[in-house]
Write a protein that binds this ligand. Structure first.
Ligand code: HSE
Length: 338
């Protein structure tokens, strides 16, 4: 039996426990052993939780930790401590990956364990592993993605005539939104995700502060009516353009012919252009308890298969990038067109 711990028992952390319990047979099939959640750490007084990270990292039974706390602290300190003990960490925490992912990946390598973050981008979509393993030999020139489930949920509902505030409230009730929904609607969450993707494919660390970022708060019902008249929709996209060396988050007009046009609700869609493979399209639930937790568990399984070895996540050696400003909007236009 492989023992793991979950740090933070919110939406994603409780989802990890649910995936481990409900899919124990499937997990045993791929691992040859059962996964067991031995510890849950949370600041709240929930039955059976521990509050002290030392209890977890001092237990030699613990091989992998799932960090689903979100935010920089104490997630950074706890991750650092675990990796230094040779305990792998799997996370959904894009803020931490953006801010300290390079350093934490290097610490993992030094201590023969791994730092994986599949769930930090695209929720349940197996995106980072696919880029790392199946596309490593490609020259990727462009990524354009709907990367925030909350914004896509709001925009999809606005297209159908709903008010912004009502749609945001629904997204929050469904557990899609960030604790502070400004991170969703101002585009910062998308910026963190496109920065992680752009870093992986460019081989340089692009931080979210380097992303030209505009959210969805200025999108109106009239904008949708105008877009519809032109056969288009409005989507918040994260765009990495290798040729221009720029990274952008902004609402875009998306024509009906694009595969991203029909990506609706909480779903994410990510288009990647490789020089040999041409266009790839990834689609799946970009937020929500079990889809995101499933991505965390996929990392746990990879870590367990590699206990005592570092999995190269392509992040440990990244030098800081210089990026250019994204091209301006066409003169007199409120939105760029995909
Ligand atoms: N708030 C995020 C979203 C959660 O809506 O996509 C998943 O990262």
């Amino acid at each position: 039996m492989i023992n793991i711990a979950i740090l933070g028992f919110g939406t994603i952390g409780s989802g990890v426990a649910e995936v481990v319990e409900k899919n124990q047979e499937e997990i045993k099939k791929v691992l040859g052993e059962n996964l067991h959640v031995k510890y849950i750490l949370d600041i709240r007084d929930l039955p059976g939780v521990v509050k002290d990270i030392d209890t977890i990292i001092n237990d030699p039974d613990i091989k992998v930790i799932c960090e689903t706390m979100g935010g920089k602290e104490p997630a950074y300190t706890y991750t650092h401590l675990a990796l230094e003990r040779g305990i792998s960490v799997c996370t959904s925490n894009k803020e931490l990956v953006d801010a300290h992912g390079v350093e934490l990946s290097a610490i993992a390598r030094e201590h023969n364990c791994s730092y994986l973050f599949e769930a930090s981008v695209g929720g349940g979509i197996p995106l980072l592993r696919t880029i790392r393993e199946a596309c490593g030999h490609e020259k990727i020139s462009k990524i354009a993605g709907i990367l925030n489930g909350t914004c896509n949920y709001i925009l999809t509902n606005m297209k159908a005539g709903k008010e912004f505030d009502a749609a945001l409230k629904e997204a929050q009730e469904n557990g899609y939104a960030e604790r502070n929904p400004a991170a969703d609607i101002e585009g910062h969450d998308t910026a963190r995700k496109i920065a992680i993707l752009a870093s992986l494919v460019s081989g340089k660390k692009i931080s979210y502060e380097q992303v030209d970022c505009e959210g969805i708060t200025n999108v109106t019902a009239e904008d949708f009516a105008e877009a519809e008249a032109k056969g288009m929709s409005i989507k918040l996209l994260g765009v990495y353009d290798a040729e221009n060396n720029s990274v952008l988050v902004a609402p875009h007009l998306v024509p009906k012919e694009s595969a991203l046009y029909n990506v609706n609700g909480v779903f994410n869609g990510v288009m990647i252009h490789g020089n040999m493979v041409d266009d790839l399209m990834f689609y799946g639930r970009g937020a929500g308890k079990c889809p995101t937790a499933s991505a965390v568990v996929s990392d746990v399984i990879e870590c367990v298969k590699n206990i005592g070895r570092n999995i190269n996540n392509d992040f440990a050696d990244l030098e800081p990038a210089n990026v250019n400003k994204a091209p301006e909007k066409p003169l007199g236009q409120k939105f760029r067109t995909l």
